[in-house]
Design a binder for this molecule. Sequence first.
Ligand SMILES: Nc1ncnc2c1ncn2[C@@H]1O[C@H](COP(=O)(O)OP(=O)(O)OP(=O)(O)O)[C@@H](O)[C@H]1O
Ligand SMILES: [Mg+2]
Length: 265
Amino acid sequence: MTQAQLAQTDAPLLAVRDVSVVFGGIVALNGVSFDMQKGQILGLIGPNGAGKTTLFNCLSRLYQPSSGDILMEGHSILKRPPHRIAEIGIGRTFQNVALFPNLSVLDNVRVGTHARTSSDIISDSLRLAWIRRSETSVNTKVHEILAYLNLEEVAHKTVSGLPFGTQKRVELARALAADPKILLLDEPAGGLNHEEVHVLGDLIRRIRDDRHVTVLLVEHHMGLVMSIADHVVALNFGRKLAEGTPAQVQADPDVIKAYLGSKDQ
Ligand SMILES: Nc1ncnc2c1ncn2[C@@H]1O[C@H](COP(=O)(O)OP(=O)(O)OP(=O)(O)O)[C@@H](O)[C@H]1O
Ligand SMILES: [Mg+2]
């Protein structure tokens, strides 16, 4: 292997470089940098108002950093609009589930394949009609994902009638249908009970292991982050407070102080 190839292997999949976001007078993020390595589950934690969602929204391109850069496989993503990040391998779920409530589980997941199979301007509904008729390879893949996430039984049910936990799994299925390299998860444990959180943790790990998806997990549920993350980045008041293994971050005096001083936990 040449030196250049070696350097490429070591290069982070995603690099956050000195990112700041200012809203009016509020500095929501202040010079935050960290790397995500391929295959990592990276937990992003911090008390309320720390800047987690702001950073997540920069990664999914909903917010534009005031300064700094975000690189995916060495290339800046900052000129890319939100609807064009799936095609470079960034997938996401939403904190409050953003599915088409009146469509079936199957059709919601079919729509997810759009991102990687077409970059034209056909609307989701037109495309859906087309997929339903003809695209067997897409359908095979969608059924594989539904089976993988244990959703086959509800494939033909309308999403709006399903329990919240199941809807979240459908959202995960939709994100996976676009074959992401990185999956951005915004508080996936929110609204789930203890047992469901445990199942979710296993599932996220399984997705990383089986499908080689790198995961960024923004999460308040400390138990979940500490049990599945390989690497943790802690934010407070828009700055990076600490990063390291879950054990290192959990023992960090600044992190302990930040959490004791907040209403979290
Ligand atoms: N669109 C916005 N306009 C103005 N200020 C914002 C906006 N989004 C976030 N902020 C501010 O930026 C700071 C960081 O907020 P952010 O939502 O990123 O925190 P968070 O870590 O996600 O908090 P939480 O744990 O409560 O979800 C806060 O002071 C918040 O009020
Ligand atoms: Mg938030």
